[in-house]
Design a protein around this ligand. Sequence first.
Ligand code: PLP
Length: 371
Amino acid sequence: MKDLSSRKHASAWLRIDLGALAANYNIFKTLALPGCKVAGVIKADGYGLGVDQVFAALETQSCPFYFLATLDEALHIRRLTKKPVAVLGGLYKGAEDIYCHENILPVLNSLEDISNWQKKASTLGIKLPALLHFDTGMNRLGLDAQEAQTLCRDPARISGLDILYLISHFSCADEKNHPATKVQYDKFVKISSFFPAVKKSLANSSGSFRAKEYHFDLLRPGMALYGLNPVPEQENPMKPVVRLDTRILQIRSVIKNETVGYGETYRFDKNTRLATVALGYADGFLRSLGNSTNDRKAVLYYNGIACPVVGRVSMDAVTLDIGHLDPCPVAGETMEVIGAHQTADDLATAAGTIGYEILTSLGSRYFREYC
Ligand SMILES: *Cc1c(COP(=O)(O)O)cnc(C)c1O
C-alpha cells in the first residue's frame, strides 16, 4: 500500500469503490430468480480494477462461483479460495494435470476438450468436474451445432465427467430486443433438453436484465459489477464504481492559427488557453480520444464544466481547450476524467469503443485508492 505522500505527488488518482461493487453484486442477487445463483466474472484483472480487491469485495457478499478467462488467472484465484473457479478459455492441451491437481474447472469448448478430460478421468478412475459450453451463435468458443448433435446422440462421451453447468453466451444482449438473443435462448433450451438433470447458465450482465427466462441456475455478470451500464437504452441501474481524476501540469495561452500536439492536427481559429493534464495513451486514455469533434466529443471536466480535448493524445499528456473557464484554473488543480459528470461508458462512446475497453485499459501509473 502506498502512503499518503505518494497520493500527494501522484499525477492521476483512480478511486475504486468496492462498496458500490458489492452493492452491484447484490442487485444481481435481488434480480435473480429463486434458486438461481450469481457468479462473479473477474477475468482480465477484475476488468482492470484489480482482481485481488474485486475478489475480496465479492467474498464479503458470499459470491459462490468465479469465472476467469485463463488458466493463470484461475490459479491465482485458487490460492485465495476453495470455491469453484472456472476457466472460460477451456482445457488447455497438455495442462490437464494442472486443472486436476489445482481443482480448476475447465469450460469444455469442443468434443476434443471433452475427450481429453474424459481420458484424464478414466486414467485416474474418478469422475472429473467441468462445465460444458455450447455455442449458440457467437461462433467464438463452445461446441458448434454439429458437435452438439454428435454429443446428444452419444451422451456416453461425458459419462466419466461431472458436468456442473451447461453454458452458452449471448452475442447481442446489450441491444434491447435484438432478435439474436431469443434465437440463442431457443437453441440453448433445445440442446439442454438432452441434459435435463444438469444445471444451466446463459446470462451475462445484460442478459440477466433482458428476461427472467434467461436466468436458469447461474448468472454470470461481469461488466455491470464494475458499474458499466448493462441496459444502455435506459438509465444505468448500477452504482458507479470508478472515479478518475488527473492533475493539470501547465496552463498556456495560444493565439489564432497556432496548432497543438503531434502532427499539428488541430489549428486554433481564435486565441484561447490550454490546460495540459497528466495522462495519456500509456494510461489507457485512448488515442482515439484526440481531436474531439462535434459527433465524437471527448472532454474532461473542470468543476463540472466540459473542456474539449484538442490535438492528439500523447503518451503522457492530453491538451484541453479551457478558454471558456473563468476563473482560469492553475497548475496542480485536478480535472475529472471519469466521475460524476462522465461515466466510463460516456468516455467509451467518445473514443468509439465500449466501457469494457476503457476499464481494462486503465493504466498502472495511477495512484489507486480502494474504498
Ligand atoms: C466475459 C463473459 C461474461 C461476462 O460478461 P459481461 O458482459 O461482462 O457481463 C459471461 N460469460 C462469458 C462466457 C464471458 O466470456
